[in-house]
Design a protein around this ligand. Sequence first.
Ligand SMILES: N[C@@H](CCC(=O)N[C@@H](CS)C(=O)NCC(=O)O)C(=O)O
Length: 372
Amino acid sequence: MTEPYQLIAAEVSLYSGKARAYLRYKGVSFDEVLATRHVLTRVVKPRTGLTMIPVLLTPEGDAVQDTTAIIEAIEAKHPSRSVRPSTGVLGLASKLLELYGDEWLLMPAMHYRWHYKRNMPLILREFGELVAPSLPKLLTPLAGLPLAAYFGGNYGRALGISSRNRDAIERSYEALLDDLNRHFSEHDYLLGARPCEGDFGFMGPLYAHLYRDPAPGALMRTRAPRVARWVERMNAPEGTESEENRTFAAEDEVPQTLDPVFKRLFSEHWPVVADTVAAVDRWVREHPSARRISRFVGKHDFAIEGVSHSRWIQSFTQWMAQHALDAYAALDAPDKARADTWLERVGGRRAMQLAPPTRVRREHNRLVPDRA
Ligand SMILES: N[C@@H](CCC(=O)N[C@@H](CS)C(=O)NCC(=O)O)C(=O)O
């Protein structure tokens, strides 16, 4: 029997790991359909207009691309086992962590996948299986080469990853691993005893690339074994009632063990977010008749661990950041005061004052200016 939902995805794909873990946690029945080239051209492209995965096909006949949109759609229909903290400060922290996982931990994920030869046999084989699933096994890796050239070549350059900042990316990621390893000695998930949107945002990069690819997988297991166990927990939720009754951190307090993670988010990623918001505004004003906002809206310099590099600015980041900024703007006065105390502690108070001059929204899976 076909399950009510179908998730078009692949183990090798970063964002698939986020959606898969989320659907499992929700206890929603779904079949996973391998995102072969055939499925991309026959289903994904015609139904979403994109060649991106994962895509959720719903019983109502919708095709949802984008993991955050998938979470929105499922939370609306299946409110139990919610991944959204109901309290203000944790709600904001959850959105910030999802933004950081989705948009910034992509950096170490891409670096470690593409700059360690040890990963190549697995990656080429799995990419090959997507492109030409019926090819004899021996030839499969050859079929994976064009996809590898795309993701490992141009894509990495667009993100601003090269030999110049590899060491810096590794220093930043190793510090994150150490911080998370410490955090998970006290908490099962990022914001307490149940997973929030942020856990799923982290799960994308921390599963397909950083846990599963051989080189970074070995690093995670030896340097931060509790992070590896969190990945395993995220992929195999118990689905029991007792899990449903577990709670987010008490008193709406973000665990202090996450302070270094938020400090890095605000010092390393937020400047990129702020530049993105400015670039989106500029691009929209320069293209007054454009219906859709381009995926890339200019170039800028950014820095990791003091090493600067240039990258293309991805407009989509603003849509993710808006969720966090909106969560902050919606706080009532007492919650805002508590959020500000916490934000002051982690270097994020000014960041939350960012007000995008041009807001964006998604329409048919594309980003458009929100002119309303
Ligand atoms: N924000 C999207 C990102 C999806 C995404 O970038 N998916 C990758 C695979 S993990 C992809 O299909 N990339 C194709 C491309 O960039 O052309 C989401 O959360 O679903």
